[in-house]
Each structure stands twice: as C-alpha cells, then as structure tokens.
Write a protein that binds this ligand. Structure first.
Ligand SMILES: [Zn+2]
Length: 434
C-alpha cells in the first residue's frame, strides 16, 4: 500500500545536504547560484494579460484563449510528471491513501506517513510573521536546476508565450515554478516570485498578483494556490506559494459566506460562515489588479500587526480566502490539548481548507468530521479577536487606492506606512503573545 521513505519533510532535495564535492565549473549540485547558473537555460512561460477574472456565467472561451489556458495547465503537469519519472520526489504521493470523511462538510483525509516523521529543525521563530531573509538558511537558490519546471513572467505584449529553452536572466529577477519534493498531492509545485531577490516570506502586491494570474491562467478549478505566513506553518523563509491539483471541492469552498462590504474598486469582501476557522473571502473587482491589491493589502496589514495567516486562491482565481490563525501561538502557550499535539498535524493552508494531511495511520482510520472540526477550531482566532483583526484589515483596504499597483516590495512598505498611520501605530502592539 505505501511506498514511502521515512524522511523529514523537505521541499527540495538539496535542503538537507550541505557541502559535497565541487567539480569543475560549479558546486556539483547544478544549483541556481552563481557557481552553476552561468549559461543555464530553462523553459519560460509568459502569462497573458488578464484584465479581469471571467465571470462563471460567460459563454465558452474562444479557441485562442482556451488553448493558452490549457497550455499552462499541461505544462505544469507534463513537467511535474517528467520529474516523477526521474525519481526526484522523496515518496510516491500517488500511493498515499485519500478518502472523504463522511459528514456534512466533506473533509478530505490523506494518510501521508512520509512527510513529517522527524521534526524539522526550527529555522526561524514562529512568533514573528516578518523576519529578515537569512542567507545561511535553506532557500530556493540552493535547489537543483532539475527541480525547476519553468520560469514564469508577465508577457511583454499581453499574449501568452512559451519558450522551451530560454536563458536565465538573473539580473531581471525571473520567477520560478519548481517541484515540491515532498508533495501533498498530484502536481504539487512551488511558485517562487523573483527568486534571485531572495525575498523573505511576506506578501507584496506584485507577488500576489503573479500568484493570482497563475491561478487564472491555469484555468483549472482543481488547481489551487496557497500561502502560509511565518507563524502559520510556512517552513522556509523565502517567498513562495504552493499549488497542487485535487479533483474534489474543498470544504472551505462550499461554506456559506456573508457579504461585509464592497470596496470602491468593486471587490466584494465577505465573512465565512459555518466553518471552524473564521476568515474573509475576496471576490470580484473591476480588474484583476484590484482584486489582487485588496488581498495583498489585507495580508500586508496582518504582517504589520504580526498576525499569522494563510491564503487560499480557489476557483481559477475567482475566490480568495484569507485566514488569520493562532495555532502556533496556542502551542507555545501550552493551550493545545495533548491529543491534538500527538497527531503532529500542522494546520497550514491545506488543512485549514479541509484537506487534512495526516501522519499517523491511527488518525487516518479514526478520521471523523468531529475530529477535523476540533483541530480547525483550535486554529481559528476567537470571535472577539477575529473581529478586532477584521476591523484593522477593513480599515487598511478601505484606505488605499486599489488601482495603484506599487512596483516593488520596498515601495509596498512605504505605501502601507504612508497611507495607514493608525494601523502602523497599532502594529507595535503584538497580537501574538510571546
Ligand atoms: Zn552551484
């Protein structure tokens, strides 16, 4: 049944191996650093310009558009399958058992004994959402070139473009799509925006827009992108999103919502209802950028206020869930029950969305809606704190002109602090207790 190697969770085959032989012309690992990158080539996909997420009711897409949408989807899966043939993954995720937990919500349980058996050494503090990039820790410039599927950028002429063997323009900050060598599901990849800028794990406008564009252009409702902040079970402090395919609805996608407000740029913000984790849902907007800017501004607000959070991009980019969480904080305070701790489940974006990745056969066999709910209820902010955090977020996103897109991370910070003095002042008061 299981053909899983018992290894700690790593996202790259180079995460654990330091040192090693250095043959001529490189460090021997064919990595992405200056030792090996000279002259290297990788496929390059340029995303077409999308002004707005198509409404679901729109008639069938024209052939041209349809073909380019299918292309990104098949590029991801084709390249991913090829890496599986080459044996680059640490276990065969297609052999992991998955089942739908009986009940009203349709939580999905996966038994994945290969992923986290040993505890990963903590590489950064879990009580700080923003931490500087640390060159000495594992980061994605250390992965092998064979783990990178392709380069991703915005098209210069608005049309989708593909080049199977493009040079890597390090100076021009390409974004990469790479495999996660410890996959959770079929086609599990990492999107690493502007990889050579070595950005820490924090959302900025441009990076979030890129992730949203990728979801739109993949055009497959079973392809979701997710983000974990530091303190919300990100494991590497180098800016990255995750994505994979799972051909079933996530419980969070089926939860009812209640509209809170509509922003001037047409973005609708709602509250999740009848779901164990409290959160916000973003939809619509006059342009794709307005939707991206509303969400990223909300994320930047949470970052400034040191509130750990997870983001799920669903439904081909039409629906975005933002979930502040406090599980790690409760863990640190000794407020999580021994029973929950024993499962060693880290409630990151996938678990919060209802795809429970379980490490023990016992938990898989005994998986029930009540157990899933109990875990996720511990992840959620309390009603009181959720309302407090939501008020900060709504204030932040109402106070910026969402149609203005800052050009880089530095600018994002200056825009945020320039336009939201009240929020920045509040950020000195840590919401995460230490
Ligand atoms: Zn190298």
């Amino acid at each position: 049944m299981l053909s899983i190697k018992r290894v700690p969770t790593v996202v790259s085959n180079y995460q654990k191996e330091e040192g090693g032989e250095a043959p001529e012309g490189g460090c021997g690992r064919n990595c992405l650093k200056s030792c090996c990158i000279q002259g290297a080539r990788l496929p390059l996909y340029a995303l077409k310009r999308v002004d707005k997420v198509a409404e679901k009711e729109l008639p069938l897409l024209g052939c041209k558009e349809h073909c380019s949408v299918a292309f990104l989807d098949s590029l991801i899966l084709g390249e991913w399958e090829e890496r599986m043939q080459r044996g680059l993954f640490r276990y065969d995720v297609t052999a992991c058992e998955t089942k739908i937990i009986p009940g009203e919500y349709g939580f999905i349980a996966q038994l994945n004994e290969g992923r986290h058996l040993k505890k990963r050494p903590t590489e950064f503090r879990v009580d700080k959402v923003l931490q500087p990039f640390d060159e000495t820790k594992f980061n994605f410039t250390k992965v092998g070139q064979e783990e990178v599927l392709f380069q991703l950028e915005a098209s210069d002429n608005g049309e989708a473009q593909f080049s199977p063997n493009a040079p890597i323009d390090v100076e021009n900050s390409p974004s990469f799509v790479a495999i996660n060598v410890s996959p959770i599901e079929y086609g599990h990849v990492l999107l690493i925006p502007r990889i050579f800028e070595c950005l820490p794990q924090r959302i900025d406008h441009a990076s979030f827009l890129l992730a949203l564009q990728m979801a739109v252009e993949a055009g497959n409702p079973y392809f979701r992108l997710g983000y974990n902040s530091l303190g919300a079970f990100a494991t590497i402090n180098h800016l990255h999103f995750q994505a994979y395919y799972l051909a079933m609805p996530f419980p969070i996608e089926k939860a009812p919502t209640k509209k809170i407000t509509k922003l001037s740029d047409g973005v609708k913000v709602s509250k999740l209802l009848n779901y164990p984790v409290r959160g916000l849902v973003f939809e619509g907007g006059h342009t794709l950028e307005s939707l991206a800017n509303a969400v990223s501004e909300a994320c930047i607000c949470l970052q400034h206020n040191n509130v750990p959070y997870n983001v799920l991009i669903s439904d081909c980019g039409r629906q975005i869930f933002l979930l502040p969480q406090c599980y790690a904080e409760k863990q640190a305070l000794g407020e999580v029950s021994a029973e929950l701790l024993e499962t060693q489940v880290n409630p990151a974006v996938w678990e919060i969305s209802g795809h429970m990745v379980l490490k023990r056969k016992k938990d898989y066999d005994e998986a029930s809606e009540a157990n899933a709910w109990r875990l996720l209820a511990e992840v959620s902010l309390s009603e009181e704190r959720y309302e407090e955090v939501t008020a900060l977020v709504l204030k932040a996103i109402a106070s910026v002109d969402l149609s203005v897109k800052p050009q880089c991370a530095e600018e994002v910070d200056s825009v945020s602090s320039g336009t939201q003095p009240a929020m920045v002042a509040g950020s000195q008061q840590c919401l995460v207790l230490q």
